[in-house]
Design a protein around this ligand. Structure first.
Ligand code: BGC
Length: 766
């Protein structure tokens, strides 16, 4: 049987037809074949390569953190311990010993460096300016995990576009984003940068973010930035949720779970890929030829640039994989890492390795060609200053449009977890409101981790947002009550007094910005004890409490927080955090987000995710659990599962229609449900379609998300929602890793979350 090409295989893996339009266009798949470099540039690139010294080539494949102009910061090189000043770096640029710099200081710095590169270096090759633009540049959008909860790839594309417009006006050509790592372990702090636990949502968000960053008019547009799908691969699967930790997962798990968002990013045309820090079953990703060459280059035909993570080649020594710097360089470079970030190893060791015949010149030329091709695609050979414009840098950031989008994105990322007795939305007048907790006032804990260019001072806090939303701001009081991890003397007394004097308490508790993000793993995903003490004391007043969670991950909720009648997940929402939260609290906008990660009952359930296997002894509903897959202390289920999120409407699911109940050959199965809003408020419902393959030649998850639709329902409105399933939507990777769809029975749910029943039925694939 002829092997399907990797591209058609990718197309087959795209998922339910209802959403396939986002990712499956063959034109996009073609982009992954390799970057289109204008012909005129090919000759120029080859000419440059022919004229470059081996040292200049090693310089091209080296990128360093920028030392900031004016000497404000020196760039430290952790592998050598050396610090370089801006002057040192200019000298390196002049000598052709740098291909680019990252996380620099704006257009003026870029202008000075680029001027030296294109006027004073021997070959006049422009520099690449890279940066971590993760969720906004100066306008900060919700952290990517929160935004994934919008279940709205179009929104993710639009926020990435604005981030690119702002960043590119400050001289940035290339973002180290999107992070497309599937993250199923809430202990890992870097889940905030991705799209959560689900493969379909991960693919759609990867696709959207790449398209947003790179724009739709070509990478040479002055407002396009090249995207970088990171971290390849399985960085989110570190043992114990510990950042940088070893990963030991099967090839099947890689191909089914961790690879698909990378494939989607490449299909969308991502110009680069970053190798991850972790090892994979004994071989660090940074020196893994199977991963970086066999899979990425040969199978997926990716011809863009592969960059290391920060000093990851240096780290091969601590991994116990390379004996010394020179060996680390050789292993990373020959495995497929084209460009080395921050260690300086390539610059130091590639010339000697080539001279001694340990690295072929052809491999060095190939890597240089990829760097130069990216520069050409970005239009830098035509105009090296196309993104460097100090005037535009001031005008194009934090515009009213961008801030309006930040507010809208924040609103669409807030998840209503619970709303007992319809406590929400709150009335805008006539009630005394006490805002209590360490997150109610001040600008410090709003924008979230991974912000290189956003500033706290530009973010709007909850108190400001609430005061602007109510008719009489004098009825709103604010008390911290406690610090995030340390009590404040007299804080609880003050908070209790404020609660007693109010009609409604809004209690904002959770994690600090420092508690998630890189290197911020937790063993315990709960709210710190100082805040729990505050919550218990405030709850004893008997006042109605609305809990606002601040968090970079799924949390395990306990005590007064869990028992509160209303709970909203408000993550880190960025620049417009306070006004957006107020919009939801007072019903100016109805909540429409859904959880992109499951909230377990307890930390010890980690990694908890909905698409787990059934086991031979599944956990039965009801009390008789002896010798079944259950925990002594907690249910083997989520408190709030993936996909969960309420509206202010009252939504019911009914009337499942599966037509003939059969999907035959190349035909289709149409699954329809009736969704009704019997409540008093308008609602946006995210209608989710899950499938389970009942018996297959390889065990399948208890449920897999295949498609979703966001629908708006007016009070009293009923809508029929239909999904079309095709054979390929039911396929999985067989023993030979080729997609197969096996005949037999499938269960299907159209439901409001991954663990809700919604409406369900069975059908057969024949
Ligand atoms: C992170 C990358 C990031 C790089 C440069 C590393 O520590 O893992 O995601 O792009 O630093 O800032």
């Amino acid at each position: 049987m002829p092997q399907p090409s990797p591209l058609s295989r990718r197309a087959m893996m795209i998922g339910a037809s209802a959403v396939a339009a986002w990712v499956s266009a063959p034109a996009r798949a073609l982009l992954a074949q390799g970057p289109a470099v204008p012909n005129s540039h090919n000759a120029r690139i080859e000419d440059l390569i022919a004229r470059m010294s081996v040292e200049e080539k090693a310089g091209q494949v080296t990128i360093m953190a920028a030392a900031w102009a004016g000497g404000a910061a020196n760039a430290l090189n952790p592998s050598s311990g050396a610090k370089s000043s801006f002057r040192d770096q200019l000298a390196e640029v002049r000598r052709g010993r740098l291909g680019g710099v990252f996380n620099g200081n704006g257009a003026e710095m870029a202008r000075q460096m680029q001027t030296i590169a294109v006027r004073q270096s021997r070959l006049k090759i422009p520099l690449l300016f890279a940066a971590d633009i993760i969720h906004g540049f100066r306008t900060i959008f919700p952290m990517p995990l929160a935004e994934a909860g919008s279940f709205d790839p179009d929104l993710a594309e639009r926020t990435a576009r604005v981030a690119a417009v702002e960043a590119s006006s400050a001289g940035i050509d290339w973002t180290f984003a999107p992070m497309v790592d599937i993250a199923r372990d809430a202990r890992w702090g870097r889940g905030i940068e991705g799209a959560g636990e689900d493969v379909l949502l991960g693919r759609l968000m990867a696709d959207a973010r790449v398209r947003g960053f790179q724009g739709r008019s070509g990478l040479d547009a002055s407002d396009a930035v090249a995207a970088c799908a990171k971290h390849f691969a399985a960085y989110g699967a570190g043992e114990g949720g510990l950042d940088y930790n070893s990963v030991d997962v099967s090839e099947r798990t890689l191909r089914e779970i961790y690879f698909p968002p990378f494939e989607a990013a490449l299909d969308a045309g991502a110009a680069s890929v970053m190798a991850s820090f972790n090892e994979l079953s004994g071989i660090p990703a940074t020196a893994n030829p199977w991963l970086l060459t066999d899979v990425l280059r040969r199978e997926w035909k990716f011809n863009g640039l592969v960059v290391s993570d920060y000093t990851a080649d240096f780290e091969l020594i601590d991994h116990g994989f390379a004996a010394d710097e020179r060996e680390a360089t050789r292993l990373a470079f020959l495995a497929g890492v084209d460009m080395s970030m921050q260690s300086g190893f390539y610059l130091r060791h590639l010339p000697g390795l080539v001279k001694d015949g340990e690295v072929p010149m052809a491999r060095l030329d190939e890597a240089v060609r990829r760097v130069l091709s990216l520069k050409a695609r970005l239009g830098l050979f035509d105009d090296p200053f196309r993104r460097i414009d100090p005037a535009r840098e001031k005008e194009r950031v934090r515009t009213p449009d961008h801030l309006a989008l930040a507010r809208d994105a924040a609103r669409r990322s807030i998840v209503l977890l619970k709303n007992k007795g319809d406590l929400l939305p709150l009335p805008r007048s006539g009630k005394r409101i006490a805002l209590i907790g360490p997150f109610v006032q001040g600008q410090r804990e709003l924008i979230g981790p991974w912000n290189v260019y956003g500033t706290d001072a530009d973010a709007v806090d909850l108190l400001t947002g609430v005061r602007a939303a109510v008719s009489d701001p004098s009825l709103v009081t604010a008390v911290d009550g406690t610090g995030i991890e340390t009590p404040i003397a007299g804080g609880i007394d003050a908070a209790v007094a404020a609660a007693r004097a109010a009609d409604i308490v809004i209690l904002a508790v959770g994690e600090s910005q420092k508690m998630s993000g890189e290197a911020q793993s937790r063993t315990d995903i709960t709210i710190p004890p100082a805040q729990m003490a505050l919550a218990e004391a405030v709850a004893k007043t008997g006042k109605p409490i609305v809990v606002l969670l601040r968090h970079g991950r799924a949390l395990a909720l306990h005590g007064a927080i869990k028992q509160a009648p209303a709970i909203l997940a408000t993550w880190f929402l960025g620049s417009m955090s306070g006004p957006a939260t107020a919009d939801i609290l007072f019903g100016l906008t109805n909540p429409s987000a859904r959880l992109p990660v499951s909230f377990p009952h307890e930390s010890g359930q980690a990694p908890y995710y909905y698409a787990h296997k059934n086991t031979g002894r599944p956990n039965p509903p009801g009390p008789l659990k002896e010798y079944k897959a259950h925990y002594r202390e907690a249910p083997n289920a989520a408190l709030y599962p993936f996909g969960h999120g309420l509206t202010y409407g009252k939504i019911s699911y009914g009337g499942l229609d599966l037509g003939s109940g059969k999907l035959t050959g190349d035909g289709e199965l149409k699954a329809t449900a009736t969704i009704r809003n019997t409540g008093r408020y308008e609602a946006v419902e995210v209608v989710q379609l899950y499938v389970r393959d009942i018996a297959a030649s390889l065990t399948r998850p208890v449920r897999e998300l295949k498609a979703f639709q966001r629908i708006a329902l007016k009070p009293g409105e009923t809508k029929q929602v239909s999904f079309i399933l095709k054979r390929e939507d039911l396929s999985f990777l067989g023993n030979d890793f080729r997609p197969i769809a096996e005949p037999g029975a499938f269960q299907l749910w159209i439901a409001p979350s991954a663990e809700a029943e919604g409406v369900s039925g069975t059908f057969r694939l024949t």
